[in-house]
Write a protein that binds this ligand. Structure first.
Ligand SMILES: Cc1cc2nc3c(=O)[nH]c(=O)nc-3n(C[C@H](O)[C@H](O)[C@H](O)COP(=O)(O)O)c2cc1C
Length: 147
C-alpha cells in the first residue's frame, strides 16, 4: 500500500462532542480500520483533552469522500483543516488507522524524520502535534519563525 496514484495527505483538528465515551472512540476506530482498508487510506488519530488531531493519506478521491463524511459526523465539531498536499510516498503505509498518544506520535515522527525524504510532511505533522503538547516540541519551535 506504499505507492498510490494521486496520493495526498490531509490533517485536521476537531473538538469532540461533549460526553464522548470510550465506547464511542472504539466504534470510530473500528469503522475507520474497515473503511480505510477498503479506501486505501492510512494514518493516525490522536485524542487528548477533547481535541482530535487526525492525519490521513491516500488517493485524493478517498480523502475527499472521508472529509465529506467527517464534516457530517456529530461526534465532533469545529473541524479545521491544518495541512494538505500532494505526496509521493506514504508516511504510515501499514496503519489503516491507529490511535496513538501525542508522545507515541512524537516518537514515530522522530523515526520518520530520520528516514523520510518527505521532510515537509513530517514537519507539518510535528507542528500539528505540537498544538497538543507544546512542551515536547521546543526544539522544533526554536526553528519556527512563521508562527
Ligand atoms: C474523529 C473522527 C475520526 C474518524 N476517522 C475516520 C476514518 O479515518 N475513516 C473512516 O472511514 N471514518 C472515520 N470516522 C467516521 C466517519 O465520520 C463516518 O462515521 C464513517 O466513515 C462511516 O460513514 P457512513 O456511515 O456514512 O458510511 C471518524 C469519525 C471521527 C469523529
Amino acid at each position: 500500500m506504499n505507492i498510490a496514484a494521486d496520493l495526498v495527505h490531509l490533517s485536521y483538528c476537531s473538538q469532540a462532542r461533549t460526553g464522548l465515551q470510550a465506547a464511542d472512540l472504539d466504534k470510530i476506530l473500528e469503522i475507520s480500520k474497515t473503511n480505510n482498508h477498503r479506501d486505501q487510506i492510512t494514518g493516525l488519530l490522536t485524542y487528548s483533552g477533547d481535541i482530535f488531531i487526525q492525519f490521513v493519506e491516500g488517493p485524493k478521491a478517498s480523502i475527499d469522500h472521508l472529509m465529506y463524511r467527517l464534516r457530517g459526523d456529530a461526534r465532533h465539531k469545529d473541524l479545521i483543516v491544518l495541512s494538505e498536499g500532494v505526496e509521493h510516498l506514504r508516511l504510515l503505509p501499514d496503519w489503516d488507522m491507529e490511535l496513538v498518544t501525542a508522545q507515541e506520535a512524537h516518537g514515530l515522527l522522530r523515526d520518520a524524520l530520520r528516514e523520510s525524504d518527505r521532510y515537509g510532511t513530517v514537519i507539518a505533522l510535528s507542528r500539528l502535534l505540537a498544538k497538543l503538547q507544546p512542551e515536547l516540541y521546543q526544539d522544533l519551535d526554536e526553528n519556527d519563525n512563521s508562527g
